[in-house]
Design a binder for this molecule. Structure first.
Ligand SMILES: C[S@@+](CC[C@H](N)C(=O)[O-])C[C@H]1O[C@@H](n2cnc3c(N)ncnc32)[C@H](O)[C@@H]1O
Length: 221
């Protein structure tokens, strides 16, 4: 499918799939959205502990990189598993230029390392951040009670409805530890109901710029 790099409202860039009119991030601000959904409403709930995170859609590595940049602030030692079936191209990463957009040029090497490490084996990016990238379909995830936090960042249900089903959320529920949390930018009623049906307790939270709401789901005891 045809892809191009576009600039979003906060000045940061994202990838657009032209045939779908769908973006990797919000056109209202890619970096703002990532911080709001995944850091403010996800990562920041956890402090001073070892934390295992599953990302559904590693893509550009933006969420992985901002998690790495924020980990120290919350005293976290992170094990991060990014699942992705269709890795982004190197030239797209160069054009996105996230280190500069995040004013984190000094960590450019760590961002590049996240993309350069081989798939299917965990690698230390630093002492406090270990990354495993798995090239696979989300629908094949079958681990149980492994993660504290899930960043559910698939393309929207308008274009990939098969990734927002009860079956997928059941697998997400099973792969979370007790008290684990899933955050997503989505807010659709059908998505919320699918989460509730498989056992999650779901909160509707204010969304990032340009979006009224987002969802946070918890696996309670
Ligand atoms: C909305 S993008 C977000 C990517 C990433 N979180 C980021 O910040 O760049 C969704 C990602 O899911 C990937 N994807 C789509 N369908 C998939 C599937 N069935 N299994 C695994 N990855 C998939 C896409 O290639 C894309 O990278």
């Amino acid at each position: 499918m045809k892809r191009r790099i576009i600039t979003t409202a906060d000045g940061s860039k994202t990838i657009q799939i032209e045939d779908w009119n769908e973006q990797y991030h919000s056109t209202h601000g890619a970096i703002q959205e990532a911080y709001h959904v995944f850091i403010k409403n996800g990562l920041s709930l956890f402090k001073n502990q070892d934390l295992s995170i599953l990302e559904i859609g590693f893509g550009t590595g933006l969420n992985s990189f901002i998690t790495f940049l924020e980990a120290d602030k919350y005293g976290l030692k992170i094990y991060y598993n990014g699942v992705e079936a269709f890795p982004v191209q190197k030239k797209e990463l160069t054009q996105l230029d996230y280190s500069k957009a995040l004013k984190a040029d000094q960590f450019e090497q760590q961002f590049l390392k996240m993309h350069q490490i081989p798939w299917e084996a965990p690698h230390d990016i630093t002492d406090n951040f270990c990354l495993l990238k798995q090239k696979m379909d989300f629908r094949d995830i079958a681990e149980s009670e492994k993660y504290n936090l899930i960043y559910f960042d698939a393309f929207g249900s308008r274009v990939q409805p098969e990734l927002w089903t009860e079956d997928i959320f059941r697998a997400m529920y099973n792969t979370l530890k007790i008290n684990g949390v899933l955050v997503t930018y989505a807010a659709k009623g059908s998505v919320r109901r699918a989460m509730q049906t498989v056992g999650f307790t779901v909160e509707r939270l204010p969304g990032p710029p340009g979006k009224r709401e987002m969802l946070r789901a918890k696996k309670e005891e």
